[in-house]
Ligand binder design. Structure first.
Ligand SMILES: Cc1cc2nc3c(=O)[nH]c(=O)nc-3n(C[C@H](O)[C@H](O)[C@H](O)COP(=O)(O)O)c2cc1C
Length: 194
């Protein structure tokens, strides 16, 4: 049993990433960190090669390694900082590139009447989504993350964390840490029950 914990903050001291790590630790399940700050994930070009070529994306970068890790994971945590009241560009690149997985012949169809929408290989995996913000916009970001990872990718989201933290370090905010740990425990319990 394994969790893939995707840290979408690119800052060394990213509060978002600190919460992603807390959630993963609190789950009590083996986890692997995918730190987008240390990986190269280029934007999707919309070439449609993946649709025609069994889900193979022609862009040679670190997303190639993440495809397999996403498919192998039982649980997925995804964190994005809130930028301009939305997910960050780096996280959007990661989500857009995950489209290739829809064409690998794995998982339920998105809609049998729309075969071009592909399949959903991550359907039913447990997930937690996370965002942090200085002041405002995190409510919108968490809705966007839920749409991408829940409605579209069909993860079973067991917790959604959206925290306004001002200019603080999240390590100095025990209530926020407590909520992240509770989310992690919920994820771990869901995975152990499976
Ligand atoms: C490009 C950019 C856009 C931002 N947009 C917002 C915003 O819309 N609302 C807000 O309150 N804070 C905004 N912030 C502040 C971040 O949301 C906040 O610092 C967040 O916690 C950063 O996450 P991190 O610590 O994981 O890097 C923005 C910061 C950057 C760099």
């Amino acid at each position: 049993m394994k969790i893939l914990a995707v840290c979408g903050g690119l800052r060394q001291e990213s509060n978002t990433n600190k919460l992603v790590r807390k959630i993963a630790e609190a789950s009590g399940v083996d986890y692997e960190i995918a730190d987008l700050g240390k990986l190269e994930v280029k934007p999707c070009t919309g070439c449609s090669d993946c649709m025609m070529n069994e889900g193979k994306c022609p862009i040679e970068d670190d997303m190639q390694g993440l495809y397999g890790k996403l498919l192998e994971a039982d649980g997925i945590i995804l964190g994005s900082p809130t930028y301009f009241m939305n997910i960050s560009g780096a996280v959007k690149c990661f989500i857009d590139r995950s489209l290739a997985l829809f064409y690998r012949g794995i998982g339920p169809m998105y809609d049998p009447d729309m075969p071009f929408m592909g399949q959903r290989p991550l359907a039913g995996k447990f997930g937690v989504i996370v965002t942090t913000v200085a002041g405002a916009g995190h409510e919108k970001t968490i809705v966007e993350l839920a749409l991408c990872m829940g409605t579209s990718q069909r993860l079973n989201l067991v917790a959604e964390i959206a925290e306004a933290i001002g200019m603080n370090d999240v390590d100095d905010m025990p209530e926020v840490i407590k909520r992240a740990e509770a989310a992690g425990k919920k994820l771990g319990d869901a995975l152990r029950k499976k």
